[in-house]
Design a protein around this ligand. Structure first.
Ligand SMILES: [Zn+2]
Length: 433
């Protein structure tokens, strides 16, 4: 029989295919009688035992490998034993090459799918993945970002803290909770923490209070999108107030037609929408006024430098009518309360935002689709160690440039973490879950 197994020390003697599973029976090639691993005396034969192991699939079918293993006995030690076969992972009841193949794929596909392909139990796949994750946790290290984004993500049943490298658009780390108790030890133990020069977050105070004591050179920029979103919220408040004065039919019409019209930026309005906006102007002047305040607030961020931006904000605040638009007034107070950190936007070397992190919300959908069986830890590992996304943007270590021997060893690369746009592409294509 042709040796389609290609495993050292065994020889296939039978092959059957039934109900979508290939069963290969193999026998152990015996040479001379081995010595007892305990005392060194010669062993003698003591029957057989057939044990089944999963092997790598063939012809797209799971392979069940039944190995007829000789048992031995040592008279001196009074022990019966089976000799190790180096290609077997006894704990997983699988060949090592199958375990390797699963490790290669388990963070990029579903455990259920791998279980179906290999004939192993979902739990075995999960255990192999857990071992891999523990190893990755100890061995993979991403370069500490010079420009760091800190944001939140509602993932696998809770708000997680996601830390990104904004210069390379990659995920740096993910923390289980965005509480100070979780974040402080992370920043305290962060290698090269003096390297962080800029941090971009929203206005959630625990972020600043957590990294503040540990990142001595970091300056905060409050994320632009979290700031301007408040202007949109203030406009929404005025739209709802207007709707409340209408009857049901009119109300629905306003909600459907005016909501997106007024939330969009004017530059992205179609000619028809621009006409519709003119009608809103003449028909609902109060809403139009709120719209103009929203737009003027967004306009602050179009200013070319810090001084002009501060002036634009001052002018905006000074024209707010005293008795109206309470949410715009609240926004003005928020800007004053975070003044330095908001206007630091114009001091940073590039226009920093966490816009890409927001794109990771797509991962949330993937996580939900994957459904039960995926803990936060596994989703975190699938995100943080996704192989295809990790390759993008990694660089050879200094002195190991193009002239050196090509290697795939991760140690020889400076890694920045998985590239967010690539992660998003993978999750959209369904390749991540
Ligand atoms: Zn012995």
């Amino acid at each position: 029989m042709l040796d389609l197994l290609n495993l050292p020390g065994v020889r296939p003697v039978d092959l059957q295919s039934s109900q979508g599973v290939i069963t290969i029976v193999a026998e152990v090639l015996e040479t001379s009688l081995p010595a007892c691993p305990e005392c060194g005396k010669p062993l003698y034969r003591h029957g057989h035992r057939k044990i089944a192991f999963a092997d790598t699939p063939q012809q797209m079918q799971p392979v069940r490998l039944e190995i007829d293993r000789p048992r031995y006995r040592c008279d001196a030690c009074r022990k019966t034993l089976t000799l190790d076969l180096p290609f077997l992972d006894e704990r997983r009841r699988a060949t090592r090459r199958l375990v390797d193949a699963i490790r290669e794929r388990c963070l990029g596909t579903t455990f259920r799918g791998l279980a179906e392909q290999t004939g192993l139990a979902v739990n075995t796949i999960k255990n192999i993945a857990q071992d891999l994750i523990e190893e990755l946790e100890k061995t993979v290290r991403y370069e500490t970002p010079v420009i760091m984004g800190i944001d939140e993500l509602n993932l696998a049943g809770g708000y997680r803290c996601i830390i990104t490298n904004l210069a390379t658009n990659s995920v740096f780390n993910m923390l289980e909770e965005r509480t100070k108790a979780h974040m402080k030890p992370f920043f305290r133990d962060l290698p090269d923490r003096e390297k962080v020069e800029w941090v971009c977050t929203d206005m959630w105070r625990p972020f600043k209070e957590s990294y503040g004591p540990y990142l001595p050179n970091a300056r905060l920029v409050i994320d632009k999108f979290h700031v301007v979103r408040m202007a949109s919220d203030a406009l929404e408040e005025e739209r709802k107030k207007h709707q409340a004065t209408l009857d049901r039919n009119e109300r629905l019409k306003v909600k459907k037609s005016i909501r997106w019209l007024t939330l969009k930026r004017p530059s992205s309005l179609s000619p028809q929408e621009q006409e519709a906006l003119k009608l809103v102007r003449t028909g609902i002047p109060l809403l139009a006024e709120a719209y103009d305040f929203k737009e003027a607030f967004y306009g602050i961020y179009d200013e070319p430098d810090k001084v002009s931006a501060m002036r634009a904000f001052e002018a905006w605040e000074n024209t707010l009518p005293q008795e109206r638009f309470p949410k715009f007034h609240a926004l003005a107070r928020t800007v004053h309360n975070n003044y330095e950190d908001i206007f630091a936007y114009w001091d940073a070397p590039t226009r920093l935002t966490n816009a890409y992190t927001e794109g990771l919300n797509g991962l949330v959908k993937v996580a939900n689709r994957m459904g039960r069986g995926y803990s936060y830890e596994i989703i975190r590992a699938k995100t943080l160690y996704a192989k295809h996304a990790r390759k993008v943007g990694s660089m050879p270590r200094p002195g190991e440039g193009i002239t050196s021997v090509p290697t795939t060893a991760p140690q020889s690369q400076i890694e920045y973490g998985p590239h967010i746009p690539t992660l998003i592409e993978l999750s959209d294509a369904g390749d991540l879950g």
